[in-house]
Design a protein around this ligand. Sequence first.
Ligand code: DX5
Ligand code: ZN
Length: 219
Amino acid sequence: MRNKKYIAPSLLSANFLHLEQEIKDVEKAGADILHLDIMDGHFVPNMTFGPFIVEQIKSAASVPLDVHLMIEEPQRWIETYIEAGADFLTVHFETDPHLNRAINEIKKRGRKAGVSINPSTHPLLLEYVLEYVDLVLVMSVNPGFGGQRFIENSFRKIEWLNNYRENHLLNFLIEVDGGVNENNIKALSDAGVDIFVAGSAIFSKDDYGEVIRRMRERL
Ligand code: DX5
Ligand code: ZN
């Protein structure tokens, strides 16, 4: 999947009263992937939705679903979210002492396995899973809310991962999540990002197609 750049709108910033229409609009606007944030009120100070809503979203979506688990004990939920329709399933390094097992379980079921790190976590801690994962999600804000400001040293982290990937001839995708917008997308792409999650930058505008087109032009 490398050599292509993917724009993944985060539904966290969509209007949930019109979710089906939002999905159709953002897909028509050029979304490559839909990013779904699952929060449990424990690992992060916010709550969103669970597998039942993911299943509903799956039935309305025609692009792959990228499910980002910001929950404690994610291993208990892997099967459920896969059945609900996750194509990419990402667990946080900080929530699972058995990351290797979680990755194997996701891959065994034929889905793309991701690991995510918080802004204060060094990517070096992922060294012994990088050869197994399909995706590394770099949180560039503290997880929990949309509309926060991008943390600048995320660039260093992305560059570190990109270098590691080159030096070890690995193929995992690098995804960035939080504070991504038209102004920083080019630099992020140059640093090695493959998947760009953007919530408020897209859904706060009236014309999603226009924002996504401008983002893509800069890649
Ligand atoms: C934050 C979530 C993000 C969020 C990003 O915890 O993981 O996916 O929706 O929102 P923006 O793009 O507005 O920073
Ligand atoms: Zn997310």
